[in-house]
Design a protein around this ligand. Structure first.
Ligand code: GTP
Ligand code: MG
Length: 201
């Protein structure tokens, strides 16, 4: 699926501009700088596809990518704006919460949201808020721990176990937590397989 074709499609600031809901869609959510765009690039094996940066809050729109075929055999990937960034104004946060809520409520083809969490920091309050929103909107989500290359081998299993325990009570959370590194490539094949299952499974 990912080897076939991956293209940036459009950036959306308002819901009326969403692409038609004609194929499976998965979404990447997470705090600013957690590594959403990097993970997306690792998935498709194209480094420049989604813009990455050291400046938090870089991705301001919902960016859509088309993967594979241009019909129901293909996939939409959406890269959501990062949250939890202190320097963003109140009014912008309000706008973005509104956009996100209506996106989560009104997107019938959204199969799963991947909530990315930095493996060094674990789940934060702002992640909890997003997960609660997804629970309420009945959107299934799965935690993906990022930047595992930054923690020691001995820590890795513990972080996964702790994160799994942390989301056990969230109704819409997938019980399995994935551990990834976009720079080293760990966990990328598993994530690809998980997504491909949703399209072909
Ligand atoms: P926003 O769009 O601002 O919300 O950020 P983002 O979540 O898209 O993060 P992005 O992919 O731009 O990555 C942020 C920083 O983390 C960049 O400097 C990346 O190079 C770095 N980074 C991302 N993934 C990894 C990883 O797996 N390992 C390491 N060591 N660094 C990573
Ligand atoms: Mg980004």
């Amino acid at each position: 699926l990912f080897a076939k074709r991956a293209e940036f499609m459009l950036g959306v600031v308002a819901l009326k501009h969403l692409p038609p809901a004609d194929r499976v869609e998965v979404s990447f959510a997470g705090r600013s700088n957690v590594g959403k765009s990097s993970l997306l690039n690792a998935l498709v094996g194209q480094n420049g596809l989604a813009r990455t940066s050291n400046t938090p809050g870089r991705t301001q729109e919902v960016n859509f990518f088309e993967i594979g075929a241009k019909d129901e055999d293909g996939l939409y990937l959406s890269d959501l704006p990062g949250y939890g960034y202190a320097k963003v104004s109140r009014s912008l946060v309000k706008e973005w919460t509104k956009l996100l809520k209506s996106y989560l409520r009104g997107r019938p083809n959204l199969r799963r949201a991947f909530v990315l969490v930095d493996s060094r920091h674990g789940i934060k309050d702002s992640d909890r808020e997003i997960m609660t929103m997804m629970d309420e909107c009945a959107v299934s989500y799965q935690i993906v721990l990022t930047k595992m290359d930054k923690i020691k081998k001995a820590e890795q299993e513990k972080v996964v176990a702790k994160t799994q325990a942390d989301v056990r009570k969230n109704v819409a959370a997938h019980p399995e937590v994935l551990l990834t590194s976009s720079t080293k490539g760990d966990g990328i094949a598993e994530l690809r397989a998980t997504i491909a299952d949703m399209v072909y499974g």
